[in-house]
Structure formats: C-alpha cells, structure tokens
Design a protein around this ligand. Sequence first.
Ligand code: A3P
Length: 285
Amino acid sequence: MADDYMWFEGLPFPVFGFSSEVMKEACSTFVIKDEDTVMVAYPKSGTNWLMEILCLIHSKGDTKWIQSVPIWDRSPCLETDVGYKCLNESEGPRLLMSHLPIHLFPKSLFTSKAKVLYIMRNPKDVLVSGYYFWSMTKLSKKIESLEQYFKWFIQGNVPYGSWFEHIRGWMSMRDRKNFLLLSYEELQKDPRSTIEKICQFLGKKLNPEELDSVLKNSSFHIMKQNKMSNFKILPETLISKHFSLTRKGICGDWKNHFTVAQAEAFHKVYQEKMADFPKDLFPWE
Ligand code: A3P
C-alpha cells in the first residue's frame, strides 16, 4: 500500500498502473474516432458490469470473448499505462473505458460522433464500494478506516477526485444525441429493458436468445464466477486474499455502513453540491 496517490493536474490517482507521462498524452493528444464506443463512470459505479454487457452485446451473446480475455483488455482504460498502449495499437472501432473527469478527457471526444455511455450510482453506495475496493487492493493510498475514507470522499481526496465534480461535469453532455445516461439502480431494477435501451442506442439488433444470453451472462452471480471479469487474476501482490470486484452487488448497502451522523452529514453536502440539478435526474433521490 502506498503512502500517497499519483497526482496529476491536481487530482489524486491510483499509484499502480498510472504515470503522469502517459496521462499527459492520453488527456491531450489521444484521438477518439467516430466509430469508437466510450464508456465513462466514476469508479465503483458499475463500470465493469456495463463493460460486460457491452462486450456481450458486441459478441451477440456469445460468451467466448468474456470467458477468455480479461475485461481490461476487452475494454482498455484510456488513462492507464497498459490501456493507453493497447488503444493506440488497436485498429478499427474500439471499445474503451475511462474514469476521467470531463475536464481531463481528450478534447477530440467533443467533436466526434463516438457513442458515449455514462453510468452513475448512488454516491453513498459508491463510497462504501470504494472503501472496500481500495482497502482490499494495493493500488492506491492506504486507508485506515471507513470513517477516514468517508471524510476523504467528501473532500474529493480519493482516486479520481470528487464524485460531485465528476457527475456535475459529465452531466453537461446529457442532452447530446451521442450520449446515453445510465444508472446502476435502473440496471438493478430492470436489466432487460436497460440492455434493450443500450442496444437501441448502439444500433445493435439482438434476437431474443441473444438478449437472454446477455442478460444471463452479465448477472452478478455469473460475473462473480468469471475470472476474466472479477479481477481475481490480478497478481497477489496487488490484491488481498478475499478480494472480489463482485462484492455484494446491491443498492443501498450504505445503510449497513453509515452512522446516523454520517448519513446526515452526507445529505447536507449532497444538497449543497447538487442543488442546481433536477431531482428526478437521479434515481436514488
Ligand atoms: P459493490 O462493491 O457495492 O458490491 P466498478 O465496476 O465501477 O468498479 O463497480 C463495482 C461495483 O459494481 C461493485 O459493487 C460490484 O459488486 C458491482 N457489480 C459488478 N458486477 C455486477 C453485476 N453483474 N451486477 C450487479 N453489481 C455488479
């Protein structure tokens, strides 16, 4: 575990797999092409769930790809050393993911017709999920307790910075035709309709059997068993023994973790930071 983050443009990033040299290039000169599909999320919002769905849609429900290739190679992360190299070397339409806040994203995105999918999640569940993820991996700054992480999260002193700034920034894209706003909560509530909505946005037509396979093979239970998707193939030097990306996979786990005082403090900050957004935009409100 590290004593500090990798800092870039005043924001904290994980120490493992990131470097300011690569990030500098990724954030400035990388060219997003019209035929690319770009998946964006603040970490712990259901990124990998959506990635699994996109991969399965791409292969029309065939599971060979998701069972044989690690998720980070199927949909490389723009800002990591490995992901950036992989994206630069790949030709043709790319499926790429990023956790970058909008102000650091390469500007080529904003003039391209690339399809962008943004998945959001109740920030209180994001906080709890992040606490476990960053505590059980050795990718980032050492965390002593949930209480400490709670404070850091509110301050934006966690990998990728403030959740509030991230969502506020990306929401500015929400009326664009090539932008699809999704939530972890709607995927939980009605995964079939949400997958259909994604297919429609991507212009992909799946028959009922193919759709059934996407639904089944992206379920929590199946993803938990897929070593190519649950991060279990990360080296032991980077993860603790009982770590799994697919931890609980539910909405509202914050209720099992927050004290009454923490829930109130969070509510207050949330009200201040998100006051200018319509309440019905966010399914957790
Ligand atoms: P929890 O830690 O609350 O369980 P990300 O991919 O952005 O890192 O998000 C990880 C969170 O998504 C974890 O939340 C994980 O369990 C959840 N998740 C991953 N795959 C899922 C699936 N197929 N269904 C529901 N939740 C899933």
